[in-house]
Design a protein around this ligand. Structure first.
Ligand SMILES: Nc1nc2c(ncn2[C@@H]2O[C@H](COP(=O)(O)OP(=O)(O)OP(=O)(O)O)[C@@H](O)[C@H]2O)c(=O)[nH]1
Ligand SMILES: [Mg+2]
Length: 241
């Protein structure tokens, strides 16, 4: 199990926007392709790399990161995003059509000062893999939250397929694993996921954080997004204090 990180309580949420599958998704990807850069609030060039010296401005530096949710249908990807961004839960199942993007900000402390990380959270239907929707969805992602449904063992089996298809586009990438619906009796446990991860992709994901979460109760929901934030920053050489 990973260790929760402690980030400042400052958060900001923005309304979601959706894109139908097709040309508009491509346009959206261009907008989102700012990830990997720090934006100074006053005067910094928007394309300044994250490794630049800290701004002398009092405003925190800002960084945009694209994170994607992967997992089979009805595991609770959309519900986890709703809980994290809007503090809401809907017990009715509405299959995600096309791609939805929402955002929430996490404020973190680094040796160079405060950094506001705007997580662009991409949600897509968990049905088919490897078609043009997923290619666009995976492209330029900084990290992934892999979600399975703790009441359905077959969704654990599905994880390896999602990892492999994302690897084709992304190569190595930071990942955090969420066993959702912890408010219900489990069909498998975190140790089962950890065992599976040791077997997948030459163990690339062994040691990645695994959490039991519940979009219904909120248990560990913010924690998994914070862990993903930490993993994305570490991948870019940014340490948290
Ligand atoms: N009890 C319980 N139900 C949950 C939880 N999270 C999601 N659900 C329910 O599971 C169903 C599927 O949730 P979604 O969030 O739509 O699943 P999804 O992974 O986005 O599904 P697709 O869009 O089809 O890929 C809905 O009825 C949710 O209310 C949870 O933590 N506990
Ligand atoms: Mg969905």
């Amino acid at each position: 199990m990973g260790t929760p990180i402690h980030l400042s309580p400052h958060v900001g949420a923005s309304p979601s926007f959706s894109s139908a599958v097709g040309p508009s998704l491509t346009a959206l990807a261009v907008v989102i392709s700012m990830e990997g850069r720090v934006e100074g609030e006053r005067g910094d060039h928007p394309s300044a790399p994250v490794s630049e010296p800290p701004s002398t401005s009092e405003s925190p530096r800002r960084l945009i990161a694209k994170v994607i949710l992967l997992g089979d249908g009805a595991v609770g990807k959309t519900s986890l995003i709703s809980r994290y961004v809007f503090s809401m839960f809907d017990p009715h199942y509405v299959e995600t059509l096309g791609t939805n993007v929402t955002a929430r900000q996490e404020r973190v402390e680094t040796p160079e000062g405060t950094l506001d990380v705007r997580l662009q959270i991409w949600d897509v239907i968990g049905q088919e893999r490897f078609d043009s929707i997923y290619m666009a969805y995976y492209q330029e992602a900084d990290g992934a939250l892999l979600v399975c449904d703790g009441t359905r063992r077959e969704t654990l089996d599905g994880i390896s397929g999602w990892l492999h298809s994302a690897e084709v586009i992304l190569g190595k990438f930071p990942a955090v694993f969420a066993i959702n619906k912890s408010d219900l009796p489990p069909a498998f446990l975190a140790k089962d996921v950890e065992g599976r991860l040791r077997e997948i992709s030459h163990g690339q994901f062994a040691g990645s954080p695994v959490y039991s979460v519940s979009a219904r109760t909120g248990e560990n929901v913010r924690t998994v997004f914070q862990e993903l934030t930490r993993a994305v920053l570490e991948r870019r050489g940014i340490r948290l204090v």
